[in-house]
Design a protein around this ligand. Structure first.
Ligand code: TPP
Ligand code: MG
Length: 540
Protein backbone atom coordinates (compact mmCIF):
# COMPACT_ATOMS: atom_id res chain seq x y z
CA UNK A 1 0.00 0.00 0.00
CA UNK A 2 1.39 3.36 -0.94
CA UNK A 3 -1.01 6.22 -0.57
CA UNK A 4 -4.25 6.56 1.48
CA UNK A 5 -7.26 7.91 -0.34
CA UNK A 6 -10.62 9.18 0.87
CA UNK A 7 -13.88 9.96 -0.79
CA UNK A 8 -17.06 8.34 -2.03
CA UNK A 9 -16.98 5.07 -3.91
CA UNK A 10 -16.57 6.87 -7.23
CA UNK A 11 -13.51 8.78 -5.97
CA UNK A 12 -11.97 5.61 -4.62
CA UNK A 13 -12.60 3.74 -7.87
CA UNK A 14 -11.13 6.52 -9.99
CA UNK A 15 -7.93 6.68 -7.96
CA UNK A 16 -7.35 2.97 -8.54
CA UNK A 17 -8.29 3.25 -12.23
CA UNK A 18 -5.81 6.05 -12.80
CA UNK A 19 -3.07 4.19 -10.99
CA UNK A 20 -3.47 1.45 -13.62
CA UNK A 21 -3.27 3.85 -16.54
CA UNK A 22 -6.97 4.01 -17.39
CA UNK A 23 -7.39 7.31 -19.21
CA UNK A 24 -11.08 7.64 -20.00
CA UNK A 25 -14.53 6.27 -19.31
CA UNK A 26 -17.20 5.24 -21.81
CA UNK A 27 -20.74 5.24 -20.47
CA UNK A 28 -24.47 5.81 -20.86
CA UNK A 29 -26.10 7.66 -18.02
CA UNK A 30 -27.74 5.98 -15.05
CA UNK A 31 -28.27 7.17 -11.47
CA UNK A 32 -26.71 4.06 -10.00
CA UNK A 33 -23.28 5.13 -11.23
CA UNK A 34 -23.45 8.91 -10.60
CA UNK A 35 -20.55 8.87 -8.10
CA UNK A 36 -18.25 7.61 -10.85
CA UNK A 37 -19.28 10.57 -13.00
CA UNK A 38 -18.86 12.92 -10.04
CA UNK A 39 -15.32 11.70 -9.52
CA UNK A 40 -14.50 12.09 -13.22
CA UNK A 41 -16.10 15.55 -13.33
CA UNK A 42 -14.13 16.83 -10.35
CA UNK A 43 -10.84 15.51 -11.71
CA UNK A 44 -11.31 16.47 -15.35
CA UNK A 45 -11.11 12.79 -16.27
CA UNK A 46 -12.37 12.30 -19.84
CA UNK A 47 -15.85 10.83 -20.09
CA UNK A 48 -17.51 9.85 -23.36
CA UNK A 49 -21.15 8.91 -23.49
CA UNK A 50 -23.03 6.84 -26.02
CA UNK A 51 -26.58 5.96 -27.11
CA UNK A 52 -26.42 2.23 -26.46
CA UNK A 53 -24.30 0.45 -23.86
CA UNK A 54 -22.92 -1.95 -26.46
CA UNK A 55 -21.04 1.02 -27.95
CA UNK A 56 -19.53 1.92 -24.57
CA UNK A 57 -18.09 -1.56 -24.16
CA UNK A 58 -16.95 -1.76 -27.78
CA UNK A 59 -15.26 1.66 -27.41
CA UNK A 60 -13.49 0.45 -24.28
CA UNK A 61 -12.46 -2.66 -26.17
CA UNK A 62 -11.05 -0.67 -29.06
CA UNK A 63 -8.91 1.33 -26.63
CA UNK A 64 -7.72 -1.91 -25.04
CA UNK A 65 -6.96 -3.54 -28.37
CA UNK A 66 -5.22 -0.57 -29.97
CA UNK A 67 -3.33 0.76 -26.99
CA UNK A 68 -2.69 -2.43 -25.08
CA UNK A 69 -3.94 -0.88 -21.85
CA UNK A 70 -7.18 -1.31 -19.95
CA UNK A 71 -10.37 0.13 -21.42
CA UNK A 72 -13.22 1.14 -19.11
CA UNK A 73 -16.98 1.09 -19.57
CA UNK A 74 -19.35 2.19 -16.82
CA UNK A 75 -22.86 0.78 -17.14
CA UNK A 76 -25.90 1.37 -15.04
CA UNK A 77 -27.63 -1.40 -13.07
CA UNK A 78 -29.75 -4.02 -14.83
CA UNK A 79 -30.45 -3.09 -18.46
CA UNK A 80 -27.24 -1.07 -18.74
CA UNK A 81 -25.23 -4.15 -17.85
CA UNK A 82 -27.30 -6.57 -19.93
CA UNK A 83 -26.96 -4.31 -22.99
CA UNK A 84 -23.20 -4.54 -22.55
CA UNK A 85 -22.99 -8.33 -22.58
CA UNK A 86 -22.24 -8.81 -26.30
CA UNK A 87 -19.39 -6.34 -25.88
CA UNK A 88 -18.06 -8.20 -22.85
CA UNK A 89 -18.32 -11.49 -24.72
CA UNK A 90 -16.44 -10.08 -27.72
CA UNK A 91 -13.73 -8.85 -25.36
CA UNK A 92 -13.61 -12.31 -23.79
CA UNK A 93 -13.12 -13.99 -27.17
CA UNK A 94 -10.55 -11.35 -28.14
CA UNK A 95 -8.64 -11.43 -24.83
CA UNK A 96 -9.10 -7.68 -24.50
CA UNK A 97 -8.40 -6.14 -21.09
CA UNK A 98 -11.73 -4.38 -20.57
CA UNK A 99 -13.13 -3.44 -17.18
CA UNK A 100 -16.88 -2.99 -16.91
CA UNK A 101 -18.06 -1.28 -13.73
CA UNK A 102 -21.76 -1.79 -13.17
CA UNK A 103 -24.20 -0.03 -10.91
CA UNK A 104 -26.29 -2.32 -8.73
CA UNK A 105 -29.51 -2.00 -6.78
CA UNK A 106 -29.05 -1.38 -3.04
CA UNK A 107 -27.92 -4.35 -1.02
CA UNK A 108 -29.75 -3.34 2.19
CA UNK A 109 -33.12 -4.03 0.58
CA UNK A 110 -32.04 -6.71 -1.87
CA UNK A 111 -35.01 -8.87 -2.79
CA UNK A 112 -37.61 -6.15 -2.12
CA UNK A 113 -37.94 -5.22 -5.76
CA UNK A 114 -35.78 -2.11 -6.20
CA UNK A 115 -35.62 -0.47 -9.62
CA UNK A 116 -33.35 -2.41 -11.99
CA UNK A 117 -32.58 -4.95 -9.30
CA UNK A 118 -30.89 -8.01 -10.71
CA UNK A 119 -27.85 -10.05 -9.93
CA UNK A 120 -25.48 -9.52 -12.86
CA UNK A 121 -22.82 -11.97 -11.82
CA UNK A 122 -24.37 -15.20 -13.12
CA UNK A 123 -24.82 -13.51 -16.50
CA UNK A 124 -21.35 -12.09 -16.85
CA UNK A 125 -19.30 -14.75 -15.05
CA UNK A 126 -19.00 -17.06 -18.10
CA UNK A 127 -17.67 -14.23 -20.30
CA UNK A 128 -15.24 -12.57 -17.91
CA UNK A 129 -12.03 -13.59 -16.18
CA UNK A 130 -13.38 -12.26 -12.90
CA UNK A 131 -16.75 -10.95 -11.74
CA UNK A 132 -17.43 -9.64 -8.26
CA UNK A 133 -19.83 -7.48 -6.27
CA UNK A 134 -18.00 -4.99 -4.05
CA UNK A 135 -20.06 -4.41 -0.93
CA UNK A 136 -18.27 -1.46 0.70
CA UNK A 137 -16.64 1.75 -0.47
CA UNK A 138 -13.46 0.93 1.47
CA UNK A 139 -13.04 -2.23 -0.56
CA UNK A 140 -13.35 -0.57 -3.99
CA UNK A 141 -9.66 0.31 -4.60
CA UNK A 142 -8.58 -3.24 -3.78
CA UNK A 143 -11.23 -4.74 -6.03
CA UNK A 144 -10.56 -2.38 -8.97
CA UNK A 145 -6.84 -2.90 -8.72
CA UNK A 146 -7.11 -6.69 -8.50
CA UNK A 147 -9.59 -6.80 -11.38
CA UNK A 148 -7.31 -4.75 -13.64
CA UNK A 149 -4.31 -6.90 -12.80
CA UNK A 150 -6.36 -9.96 -13.74
CA UNK A 151 -7.49 -8.32 -17.00
CA UNK A 152 -3.88 -7.55 -17.97
CA UNK A 153 -2.42 -10.92 -17.03
CA UNK A 154 -2.05 -13.21 -20.04
CA UNK A 155 -4.24 -14.73 -21.29
CA UNK A 156 -5.86 -11.28 -21.06
CA UNK A 157 -9.58 -10.61 -20.95
CA UNK A 158 -12.47 -8.62 -19.55
CA UNK A 159 -13.40 -8.29 -15.88
CA UNK A 160 -16.57 -7.05 -14.21
CA UNK A 161 -17.34 -5.39 -10.88
CA UNK A 162 -20.63 -4.03 -9.64
CA UNK A 163 -21.18 -1.67 -6.74
CA UNK A 164 -24.43 -1.73 -4.73
CA UNK A 165 -25.91 1.76 -4.58
CA UNK A 166 -25.01 2.38 -0.93
CA UNK A 167 -21.42 1.17 -1.44
CA UNK A 168 -20.64 3.54 -4.28
CA UNK A 169 -22.49 6.52 -2.76
CA UNK A 170 -20.99 6.20 0.72
CA UNK A 171 -17.71 7.71 1.84
CA UNK A 172 -14.78 5.54 2.71
CA UNK A 173 -11.04 5.50 2.87
CA UNK A 174 -8.53 2.92 1.82
CA UNK A 175 -4.94 2.41 0.84
CA UNK A 176 -4.22 2.59 -2.88
CA UNK A 177 -2.74 -0.79 -3.79
CA UNK A 178 0.67 -0.69 -5.47
CA UNK A 179 0.51 -1.50 -9.17
CA UNK A 180 2.86 -4.21 -10.33
CA UNK A 181 2.83 -5.32 -13.96
CA UNK A 182 2.08 -9.02 -14.34
CA UNK A 183 5.26 -11.12 -14.26
CA UNK A 184 5.98 -12.78 -17.62
CA UNK A 185 4.97 -16.44 -17.73
CA UNK A 186 8.17 -18.46 -18.18
CA UNK A 187 7.71 -21.08 -20.90
CA UNK A 188 9.03 -24.60 -20.49
CA UNK A 189 12.47 -24.40 -22.17
CA UNK A 190 12.29 -28.00 -23.41
CA UNK A 191 8.98 -27.37 -25.16
CA UNK A 192 10.39 -24.16 -26.69
CA UNK A 193 13.51 -25.98 -27.90
CA UNK A 194 11.39 -28.78 -29.33
CA UNK A 195 9.24 -26.26 -31.23
CA UNK A 196 12.26 -24.34 -32.51
CA UNK A 197 13.90 -27.58 -33.66
CA UNK A 198 10.76 -28.61 -35.55
CA UNK A 199 10.53 -25.26 -37.33
CA UNK A 200 14.23 -25.10 -38.14
CA UNK A 201 14.21 -28.65 -39.46
CA UNK A 202 11.08 -28.25 -41.57
CA UNK A 203 11.32 -27.98 -45.34
CA UNK A 204 8.18 -25.94 -45.82
CA UNK A 205 7.28 -24.15 -42.58
CA UNK A 206 4.62 -21.45 -42.29
CA UNK A 207 3.86 -19.05 -39.44
CA UNK A 208 0.38 -17.73 -38.77
CA UNK A 209 0.49 -14.97 -36.17
CA UNK A 210 -2.56 -13.55 -34.46
CA UNK A 211 -3.81 -10.96 -32.00
CA UNK A 212 -1.85 -12.02 -28.92
CA UNK A 213 1.40 -11.22 -30.73
CA UNK A 214 0.34 -7.58 -30.83
CA UNK A 215 -1.32 -7.64 -27.40
CA UNK A 216 1.81 -9.19 -25.90
CA UNK A 217 4.05 -6.57 -27.53
CA UNK A 218 5.85 -9.37 -29.34
CA UNK A 219 5.81 -7.92 -32.86
CA UNK A 220 9.58 -7.32 -32.92
CA UNK A 221 10.22 -10.78 -31.50
CA UNK A 222 8.01 -12.30 -34.20
CA UNK A 223 9.98 -10.52 -36.89
CA UNK A 224 13.28 -11.63 -35.37
CA UNK A 225 12.11 -15.26 -35.12
CA UNK A 226 10.80 -15.31 -38.68
CA UNK A 227 13.98 -13.74 -40.05
CA UNK A 228 16.28 -15.98 -38.06
CA UNK A 229 14.47 -19.19 -39.03
CA UNK A 230 13.53 -17.88 -42.51
CA UNK A 231 9.82 -18.68 -42.24
CA UNK A 232 7.02 -17.04 -44.27
CA UNK A 233 4.49 -15.24 -42.10
CA UNK A 234 0.72 -14.89 -42.47
CA UNK A 235 -1.35 -12.96 -39.96
CA UNK A 236 -4.88 -12.58 -38.69
CA UNK A 237 -6.77 -10.29 -36.27
CA UNK A 238 -4.55 -7.77 -34.53
CA UNK A 239 -1.53 -9.64 -35.86
CA UNK A 240 -2.17 -8.05 -39.24
CA UNK A 241 0.55 -5.58 -40.19
CA UNK A 242 3.05 -7.20 -37.81
CA UNK A 243 5.42 -7.52 -40.75
CA UNK A 244 5.25 -4.61 -43.20
CA UNK A 245 3.67 -5.77 -46.48
CA UNK A 246 6.93 -5.24 -48.37
CA UNK A 247 8.89 -7.52 -46.02
CA UNK A 248 10.25 -10.55 -47.94
CA UNK A 249 8.66 -12.92 -45.42
CA UNK A 250 5.27 -11.16 -45.29
CA UNK A 251 2.46 -13.00 -47.08
CA UNK A 252 -1.29 -12.53 -47.19
CA UNK A 253 -2.76 -14.01 -50.35
CA UNK A 254 -0.93 -17.31 -50.73
CA UNK A 255 -2.44 -18.84 -47.60
CA UNK A 256 -4.20 -21.69 -49.34
CA UNK A 257 -1.06 -22.71 -51.23
CA UNK A 258 0.99 -22.33 -48.06
CA UNK A 259 -1.26 -24.45 -45.88
CA UNK A 260 -1.61 -27.09 -48.55
CA UNK A 261 2.14 -27.42 -49.05
CA UNK A 262 3.44 -26.83 -45.53
CA UNK A 263 5.06 -29.59 -43.49
CA UNK A 264 5.07 -27.56 -40.27
CA UNK A 265 2.42 -24.94 -39.46
CA UNK A 266 3.31 -22.64 -36.58
CA UNK A 267 0.29 -20.88 -35.13
CA UNK A 268 1.25 -18.09 -32.74
CA UNK A 269 -1.00 -16.15 -30.41
CA UNK A 270 -4.33 -17.17 -31.88
CA UNK A 271 -6.59 -20.17 -31.24
CA UNK A 272 -6.85 -23.18 -33.53
CA UNK A 273 -10.45 -22.25 -34.30
CA UNK A 274 -12.72 -22.14 -37.37
CA UNK A 275 -10.52 -19.46 -38.93
CA UNK A 276 -7.66 -21.98 -39.02
CA UNK A 277 -9.62 -25.12 -39.98
CA UNK A 278 -9.68 -26.10 -36.29
CA UNK A 279 -5.95 -26.82 -36.38
CA UNK A 280 -6.28 -29.53 -39.01
CA UNK A 281 -3.65 -28.90 -41.70
CA UNK A 282 -3.59 -32.33 -43.31
CA UNK A 283 -0.24 -34.03 -42.93
CA UNK A 284 1.55 -30.97 -41.61
CA UNK A 285 2.76 -30.98 -38.04
CA UNK A 286 1.35 -28.20 -35.90
CA UNK A 287 3.27 -26.04 -33.47
CA UNK A 288 0.92 -23.96 -31.33
CA UNK A 289 2.54 -21.09 -29.47
CA UNK A 290 0.25 -19.60 -26.81
CA UNK A 291 0.59 -16.86 -24.23
CA UNK A 292 -0.73 -18.93 -21.34
CA UNK A 293 -1.21 -22.65 -20.66
CA UNK A 294 -5.00 -22.14 -20.63
CA UNK A 295 -4.84 -21.41 -24.37
CA UNK A 296 -3.55 -24.83 -25.40
CA UNK A 297 -6.15 -26.42 -27.65
CA UNK A 298 -8.18 -29.26 -26.21
CA UNK A 299 -9.38 -30.58 -29.56
CA UNK A 300 -6.01 -31.17 -31.28
CA UNK A 301 -2.66 -32.54 -30.19
CA UNK A 302 0.06 -30.26 -31.61
CA UNK A 303 3.58 -31.62 -32.08
CA UNK A 304 4.74 -28.88 -29.72
CA UNK A 305 2.83 -26.24 -27.76
CA UNK A 306 5.05 -23.86 -25.83
CA UNK A 307 3.03 -21.64 -23.49
CA UNK A 308 4.17 -18.41 -21.89
CA UNK A 309 5.36 -14.90 -22.61
CA UNK A 310 5.44 -14.62 -26.41
CA UNK A 311 8.48 -12.35 -26.39
CA UNK A 312 10.44 -14.98 -24.48
CA UNK A 313 9.30 -17.84 -26.73
CA UNK A 314 9.84 -15.98 -30.00
CA UNK A 315 13.13 -14.59 -28.72
CA UNK A 316 14.27 -18.15 -28.05
CA UNK A 317 13.17 -19.16 -31.57
CA UNK A 318 15.29 -16.33 -32.97
CA UNK A 319 18.27 -17.49 -30.92
CA UNK A 320 17.89 -21.14 -31.94
CA UNK A 321 21.41 -22.53 -31.96
CA UNK A 322 20.92 -25.60 -34.19
CA UNK A 323 21.08 -25.84 -37.97
CA UNK A 324 18.35 -24.72 -40.32
CA UNK A 325 16.92 -26.39 -43.38
CA UNK A 326 17.02 -24.17 -46.43
CA UNK A 327 13.60 -22.67 -47.15
CA UNK A 328 14.55 -20.52 -50.11
CA UNK A 329 12.66 -22.57 -52.72
CA UNK A 330 9.59 -22.72 -50.52
CA UNK A 331 9.63 -18.97 -49.98
CA UNK A 332 10.09 -18.40 -53.71
CA UNK A 333 7.17 -20.73 -54.51
CA UNK A 334 4.91 -18.82 -52.13
CA UNK A 335 6.10 -15.50 -53.48
CA UNK A 336 5.07 -16.56 -56.99
CA UNK A 337 1.60 -17.53 -55.75
CA UNK A 338 1.38 -14.31 -53.73
CA UNK A 339 2.35 -12.12 -56.68
CA UNK A 340 -0.16 -13.85 -58.96
CA UNK A 341 -2.96 -13.39 -56.42
CA UNK A 342 -1.96 -9.76 -55.92
CA UNK A 343 -2.15 -9.13 -59.65
CA UNK A 344 -5.64 -10.68 -59.74
CA UNK A 345 -6.71 -8.56 -56.76
CA UNK A 346 -5.30 -5.42 -58.38
CA UNK A 347 -7.40 -6.06 -61.46
CA UNK A 348 -10.54 -6.56 -59.38
CA UNK A 349 -9.82 -3.46 -57.36
CA UNK A 350 -9.58 -1.38 -60.52
CA UNK A 351 -12.55 -2.95 -62.35
CA UNK A 352 -15.30 -0.75 -63.78
CA UNK A 353 -18.71 -2.20 -63.12
CA UNK A 354 -22.25 -1.00 -62.74
CA UNK A 355 -23.41 -1.51 -60.00
CA UNK A 356 -20.14 -1.08 -58.11
CA UNK A 357 -18.53 -4.23 -56.77
CA UNK A 358 -16.97 -4.10 -53.29
CA UNK A 359 -13.45 -4.74 -54.61
CA UNK A 360 -13.46 -1.36 -56.34
CA UNK A 361 -14.33 0.43 -53.10
CA UNK A 362 -11.21 -1.03 -51.52
CA UNK A 363 -9.16 -0.15 -54.57
CA UNK A 364 -10.19 3.49 -54.16
CA UNK A 365 -9.76 3.43 -50.38
CA UNK A 366 -6.22 2.14 -50.66
CA UNK A 367 -5.34 5.28 -52.60
CA UNK A 368 -6.43 7.60 -49.80
CA UNK A 369 -5.62 5.68 -46.61
CA UNK A 370 -2.42 6.69 -44.81
CA UNK A 371 -0.19 3.86 -43.55
CA UNK A 372 -1.21 4.54 -39.94
CA UNK A 373 -4.96 4.80 -40.68
CA UNK A 374 -7.12 2.64 -38.44
CA UNK A 375 -9.63 0.59 -40.41
CA UNK A 376 -12.57 -1.10 -38.71
CA UNK A 377 -14.73 -3.84 -40.18
CA UNK A 378 -18.36 -4.32 -39.11
CA UNK A 379 -20.48 -6.39 -41.48
CA UNK A 380 -20.64 -9.62 -43.45
CA UNK A 381 -19.35 -10.03 -46.99
CA UNK A 382 -18.33 -6.38 -47.20
CA UNK A 383 -15.90 -6.94 -44.34
CA UNK A 384 -14.62 -10.23 -45.74
CA UNK A 385 -13.60 -8.18 -48.77
CA UNK A 386 -11.94 -5.64 -46.49
CA UNK A 387 -9.91 -8.46 -44.97
CA UNK A 388 -8.88 -9.54 -48.43
CA UNK A 389 -8.16 -6.23 -50.15
CA UNK A 390 -6.92 -3.97 -47.36
CA UNK A 391 -3.33 -4.55 -46.37
CA UNK A 392 -2.57 -3.06 -42.95
CA UNK A 393 0.88 -1.51 -43.18
CA UNK A 394 1.46 -1.32 -39.43
CA UNK A 395 0.38 -3.43 -36.50
CA UNK A 396 -2.44 -2.03 -34.39
CA UNK A 397 -4.31 -0.50 -37.31
CA UNK A 398 -6.98 -3.10 -38.10
CA UNK A 399 -10.00 -3.85 -35.91
CA UNK A 400 -12.34 -6.69 -36.71
CA UNK A 401 -14.89 -8.14 -34.29
CA UNK A 402 -12.78 -11.26 -33.76
CA UNK A 403 -13.92 -14.86 -33.55
CA UNK A 404 -17.17 -14.04 -31.74
CA UNK A 405 -18.21 -12.30 -34.97
CA UNK A 406 -20.62 -9.86 -33.34
CA UNK A 407 -22.19 -7.29 -35.66
CA UNK A 408 -22.56 -3.82 -34.14
CA UNK A 409 -19.00 -3.04 -33.12
CA UNK A 410 -18.76 -0.22 -35.69
CA UNK A 411 -19.47 3.06 -33.93
CA UNK A 412 -18.12 1.88 -30.57
CA UNK A 413 -14.84 0.74 -32.11
CA UNK A 414 -14.74 4.00 -34.08
CA UNK A 415 -15.11 6.03 -30.90
CA UNK A 416 -12.38 4.07 -29.14
CA UNK A 417 -10.10 4.39 -32.16
CA UNK A 418 -10.67 8.15 -32.50
CA UNK A 419 -9.99 8.68 -28.79
CA UNK A 420 -6.84 6.54 -29.07
CA UNK A 421 -5.53 8.29 -32.17
CA UNK A 422 -6.87 11.84 -32.42
CA UNK A 423 -4.73 12.65 -35.46
CA UNK A 424 -5.12 9.58 -37.63
CA UNK A 425 -7.64 8.61 -40.27
CA UNK A 426 -10.31 6.36 -38.75
CA UNK A 427 -12.38 4.49 -41.31
CA UNK A 428 -15.26 2.13 -40.59
CA UNK A 429 -16.20 -0.38 -43.28
CA UNK A 430 -19.81 -1.28 -42.67
CA UNK A 431 -22.38 -3.54 -44.19
CA UNK A 432 -25.80 -1.92 -44.54
CA UNK A 433 -27.17 -4.57 -42.21
CA UNK A 434 -24.47 -3.95 -39.64
CA UNK A 435 -25.20 -0.22 -39.82
CA UNK A 436 -28.53 -0.81 -38.11
CA UNK A 437 -26.90 -1.89 -34.88
CA UNK A 438 -24.90 1.20 -34.03
CA UNK A 439 -25.51 4.05 -36.46
CA UNK A 440 -27.40 6.08 -33.83
CA UNK A 441 -24.07 6.48 -32.10
CA UNK A 442 -23.01 8.81 -34.89
CA UNK A 443 -24.91 11.29 -32.72
CA UNK A 444 -22.43 10.62 -29.89
CA UNK A 445 -19.51 11.08 -32.28
CA UNK A 446 -20.90 14.34 -33.66
CA UNK A 447 -21.71 15.80 -30.26
CA UNK A 448 -18.34 14.93 -28.80
CA UNK A 449 -16.44 16.10 -31.90
CA UNK A 450 -15.04 12.71 -32.83
CA UNK A 451 -14.90 12.66 -36.63
CA UNK A 452 -14.67 9.33 -38.44
CA UNK A 453 -15.33 8.18 -41.98
CA UNK A 454 -17.93 5.46 -42.49
CA UNK A 455 -18.06 3.63 -45.80
CA UNK A 456 -21.21 1.56 -46.18
CA UNK A 457 -21.21 -1.27 -48.68
CA UNK A 458 -24.92 -0.97 -49.37
CA UNK A 459 -26.12 -4.08 -51.18
CA UNK A 460 -29.64 -3.88 -49.71
CA UNK A 461 -29.34 -7.33 -48.17
CA UNK A 462 -27.84 -9.31 -45.31
CA UNK A 463 -25.50 -10.64 -47.97
CA UNK A 464 -23.53 -13.12 -45.95
CA UNK A 465 -26.82 -14.81 -44.97
CA UNK A 466 -28.93 -14.33 -48.09
CA UNK A 467 -26.55 -15.98 -50.54
CA UNK A 468 -25.92 -19.07 -48.42
CA UNK A 469 -29.61 -19.46 -47.64
CA UNK A 470 -30.48 -19.37 -51.32
CA UNK A 471 -27.73 -21.88 -52.03
CA UNK A 472 -29.03 -24.18 -49.32
CA UNK A 473 -32.82 -23.90 -49.77
CA UNK A 474 -33.33 -22.30 -53.16
CA UNK A 475 -35.09 -19.39 -51.47
CA UNK A 476 -34.38 -16.97 -48.67
CA UNK A 477 -36.30 -15.22 -45.92
CA UNK A 478 -35.37 -12.52 -43.42
CA UNK A 479 -32.43 -11.56 -45.61
CA UNK A 480 -33.63 -8.41 -47.39
CA UNK A 481 -33.13 -4.78 -46.44
CA UNK A 482 -34.44 -1.67 -48.18
CA UNK A 483 -32.45 -1.30 -51.40
CA UNK A 484 -30.68 2.02 -51.90
CA UNK A 485 -31.48 3.27 -48.42
CA UNK A 486 -29.93 6.67 -47.70
CA UNK A 487 -27.76 5.89 -44.67
CA UNK A 488 -25.91 9.11 -45.51
CA UNK A 489 -29.11 11.06 -44.77
CA UNK A 490 -29.33 9.37 -41.37
CA UNK A 491 -25.86 10.63 -40.56
CA UNK A 492 -26.77 14.09 -41.85
CA UNK A 493 -29.83 14.13 -39.62
CA UNK A 494 -27.62 13.24 -36.67
CA UNK A 495 -25.40 16.25 -37.36
CA UNK A 496 -22.75 14.64 -39.56
CA UNK A 497 -22.52 14.63 -43.35
CA UNK A 498 -22.44 12.18 -46.21
CA UNK A 499 -23.31 11.28 -49.75
CA UNK A 500 -24.47 8.38 -51.85
CA UNK A 501 -22.23 7.01 -54.58
CA UNK A 502 -23.53 4.90 -57.46
CA UNK A 503 -20.72 5.21 -59.99
CA UNK A 504 -17.23 3.81 -59.51
CA UNK A 505 -15.60 6.97 -60.83
CA UNK A 506 -17.32 9.02 -58.12
CA UNK A 507 -15.79 6.95 -55.31
CA UNK A 508 -12.38 8.62 -55.13
CA UNK A 509 -13.66 12.22 -54.89
CA UNK A 510 -16.32 11.17 -52.35
CA UNK A 511 -13.70 9.55 -50.12
CA UNK A 512 -11.54 12.65 -50.44
CA UNK A 513 -14.43 14.84 -49.25
CA UNK A 514 -15.14 12.42 -46.41
CA UNK A 515 -11.60 12.49 -45.01
CA UNK A 516 -11.39 16.27 -45.41
CA UNK A 517 -14.73 16.98 -43.77
CA UNK A 518 -13.72 16.91 -40.10
CA UNK A 519 -17.11 15.51 -39.09
CA UNK A 520 -18.57 12.01 -39.00
CA UNK A 521 -19.14 11.40 -42.71
CA UNK A 522 -20.88 8.45 -44.32
CA UNK A 523 -20.15 7.42 -47.90
CA UNK A 524 -23.12 5.27 -48.86
CA UNK A 525 -21.94 3.11 -51.75
CA UNK A 526 -24.65 1.24 -53.62
CA UNK A 527 -23.13 -2.13 -54.44
CA UNK A 528 -24.15 -5.14 -56.47
CA UNK A 529 -26.45 -7.45 -54.47
CA UNK A 530 -25.55 -10.31 -56.80
CA UNK A 531 -21.96 -10.16 -55.60
CA UNK A 532 -21.26 -12.89 -53.01
CA UNK A 533 -17.96 -13.35 -51.20
CA UNK A 534 -16.56 -16.71 -52.25
CA UNK A 535 -16.04 -18.93 -49.21
CA UNK A 536 -15.88 -22.62 -48.49
CA UNK A 537 -18.14 -22.57 -45.44
CA UNK A 538 -20.96 -20.12 -45.70
CA UNK A 539 -22.32 -20.38 -42.19
CA UNK A 540 -21.65 -17.39 -39.97
C1 TPP B 1 -25.20 -9.58 -33.65
C2 TPP B 1 -25.19 -10.49 -34.85
N1 TPP B 1 -26.37 -10.83 -35.44
C3 TPP B 1 -26.38 -11.62 -36.53
C4 TPP B 1 -25.21 -12.12 -37.05
C5 TPP B 1 -25.24 -13.03 -38.27
N2 TPP B 1 -24.70 -12.33 -39.45
C6 TPP B 1 -23.41 -12.46 -39.81
S1 TPP B 1 -23.02 -11.63 -41.19
C7 TPP B 1 -24.61 -11.10 -41.38
C8 TPP B 1 -24.99 -10.27 -42.57
C9 TPP B 1 -24.38 -8.92 -42.52
O1 TPP B 1 -24.98 -8.12 -43.52
P1 TPP B 1 -24.35 -6.73 -43.91
O2 TPP B 1 -23.82 -6.05 -42.71
O3 TPP B 1 -25.32 -5.99 -44.74
O4 TPP B 1 -23.08 -7.17 -44.77
P2 TPP B 1 -23.10 -7.93 -46.20
O5 TPP B 1 -22.89 -9.39 -45.91
O6 TPP B 1 -24.40 -7.66 -46.87
O7 TPP B 1 -21.93 -7.34 -46.93
C10 TPP B 1 -25.41 -11.55 -40.33
C11 TPP B 1 -26.84 -11.24 -40.17
C12 TPP B 1 -24.02 -11.77 -36.38
N3 TPP B 1 -22.82 -12.20 -36.78
N4 TPP B 1 -24.03 -10.93 -35.31
MG1 MG C 1 -25.52 -5.88 -46.78
Amino acid sequence: MTERIEGHGGDLALAALRAHGVQEMFTLSGGHVFPLYDAAHKEGFPLYDVRHEQSAVFAAEAVAKLQRRPGLAVLTAGPGVTNGISGLTSAFFNASPVLVLGGRAPQFRWGSGSLQEMDHLPLVAPVTKHAETVFSADDIPRAVSAALTTALTPHRGPVFLDFPLEAVFSVGDAGLPAVTPPAPIEPDPDEVAKAAGLIAGASRPVIIAGSDVYAGDAVEALRAAAESLRVPVFTNGMGRGALPPEHPLAFAKARRVALKGADVVVVIGTPLDFRLSFGDFGDAQVVHVVDAPSQRAGHVQPAAAPAGDLRLILGAFADHAGGRADHADWIAELRTAEDAAKARDAEEMAAESDPIRPARIYGELRKVLAPDAVTIGDGGDFVSYAGRYLEPAQPGTWLDPGPYGCLGTGMGYAMGARVSHPDRQICVLMGDGAAGFSLMDVESLVRQKLPVVIVVGNNGIWGLEKHPMRAMYGYDVAADLQPGLRYDKVVEALGGAGETVEKATDLGPALGRAFDSGVPYLVNVLTDPADAYPRSSNLA
